[in-house]
Design a protein around this ligand. Sequence first.
Ligand SMILES: [Zn+2]
Length: 209
Amino acid sequence: MARFNLAIIGLGFLMVVLVGARTGHPGWDWGRKYPVTHRGKCQEEPKLWPNGVVLYTMDPRFTRSERKMIKAAMRHIEHHTCIFFCHSHRHGLRKTLHITFGVGCSSKVGYRPLGTEMRLGVPCFVKVGTVVHELLHSLGLHHEHQRFDSHRYIKINFNCIKRGHERNFMPQSKTRVLSAGIPYDYDSILHYGRHTYSKRRRCRTIQPL
Ligand SMILES: [Zn+2]
């Protein structure tokens, strides 16, 4: 979860997904199984949805208003990008995003040939931005504050983070994710707020520099 500024999505990291999905990202050599960086290290295989099309299933336990919010979040992403969400009534499929009712709000990152799991609980439906945030994870985007260069822009106060949530703040390796040269965005919908997962009031987990 994070701050819910809807205006900013559609650009930024999302472009990596879109360009990658349609044409291949210019920084990656799509002729190899794993892209190679300028230092010759292997990057993780891109977890992009083929042709930008996301086939999804929805748990029948969602209420009508919850389903409506999920669809509104999808339409929002479609409006700003060339990603297309396509509903399937067949459950248990591979190469599909499975949106299930559960505890908390979470999603695996990116396309997975055996299926990508997303869980949405009741608190995820307070704001549509929370659902957009999770959908963006499913498209292959990581948190903005976990960029490999985040130390230049923010300080993480690990002593303020609730136990068990530390991994949501650890920077990603440069060999694992790409920034595509896009500037750091404090207002990203994929950026946590100052007090997200804080142990105590006034104890900031993220401090802007
Ligand atoms: Zn997240």
